[in-house]
Design a protein around this ligand. Sequence first.
Ligand code: ADP
Ligand code: GLC
Length: 475
Amino acid sequence: MNILFVTSEAVPLVKTGGLADVSGALPAALREIGVDCRMLLPGYPVVLDKLADATEIAAFDGLPGGHQARLLAASMPEAGTPLYVVDAPALFQRPGGPYQDENGVDHVDNALRFAVFGQIAARLAMAASPLDWRPDVLHCHDWQAGLAPAWLRLAGGATPCVTTIHNLAYQGIFPPATVAELGLPPESFSIEGVEYYGNLSFLKAGLYYADRITTVSPSYAEEIQREPLGMGMQGLLTSRRADLVGILNGIDTGEWNPSSDLRLACEYSARAPAARKGCKRALQKEMGLEIAADAPLFGVIARMTHQKGIDLVLEIADGLVARGGQLAMLGTGDKTIEAAVAALAARHPGRVACLIGYDEGLSHRIEAGSDFFLMPSRFEPCGLNQMYSLRYGAIPIVHATGGLRDTVEDGVTGFVFEAPTGHELGLAMARAFDLYADARARRRMIQAGMSRDFSWEHSARAYAALYADLVAARA
Ligand code: ADP
Ligand code: GLC
């Protein structure tokens, strides 16, 4: 079975969030069970710089906006997954991140950039593809790949399409004039098409034209069929209920393995978690916290957005410090949240530490060195950090939403609270302090979490079954 995995980010090449982790690991896991999964990525500078061996295998013209592009073939560093890269320098070779410039402002031509990306995905699935290799299924991720199923269907292509929602909050919405600019047929701008409350939505297009819709946890698949988490798409999603399924993400258990993680001060395992003490001490030192073996240390790693509920952490932080706790925070994002976090750390030197920025190594050391991990997300399609926490023995404290609800078991592997408020988070924190005082109970919870299996194999099999279904239905 041939699958083209269409994604706008993938570790270790380019990452802004969990989509990159999934794209780095799932295709490899699929290949391991015999699925010929290949990836399509945009040729951002960070991608091309890391692919010395990329060779041109095709060229496209007549793309949206009159653009041209080259298709390069390479393979993913480490995993070796076959990779196709869309090289269109006018669209992708520029400073900044994949979606935003250096000032955090969306690239003005994002519609065109990802329309071109989506169209190349579609052309690779058509009879007229320049490649010998044809996908049996086009698997598209988030709004950035949303036009691929639209282009494909509008051009008469029949290859089955799957659209996976990683986060319904990002819908790729552009003004109606964009429809003509991109060369989408005017009749596609309707409810039965790419139109979404008077605008063009790439995500809506991806959902409307896909044969199947998946999202990254069973609970989120339910939640998005209603307000508020449906975020305007609940009508469409409810009507497609029969085609919608939640498949829980896995984690890369090679990359995230406390018994072989070279980023850590000490290695440890579920059987002998006591060596975590050394990681805690090293983390306190690295982040400028007081070296205090018995101060409960709470970690936070997140994109600093409203979604992640960082403001709730800020609400309880004074109480946490007053009870003798410490807080280690890592993240970047919204400037006002960043400033509030920095101000909190300044108010509690030695007790609250933050690093505003992106730091892969530190993210591993926070998981290994913290006693507890706070994740009060207002919504969370899946969430990876709580699974990293379980695997690293940092007891997660999470809001009962989406993938958090599906991965953390209250009182057994962590603490789960029902409403995203400072009050409820505070109550969960109090339970954590009580547990901390009971060494045996704490050890039991750490071991229960560390022995849970979140490897990708299970999810990969679920995706493979879904692809097989689609291929059989088409035949
Ligand atoms: P989301 O995709 O919504 O951001 P996830 O929990 O699925 O949330 O994935 C977040 C990923 O990004 C995790 O791998 C996490 O460790 C990582 N991450 C987020 N912020 C940072 C940061 N500032 N430094 C290092 N890693 C980060
Ligand atoms: C999104 C979601 C996150 C999920 C990730 C990978 O960024 O916010 O919950 O884990 O995608 O699917």
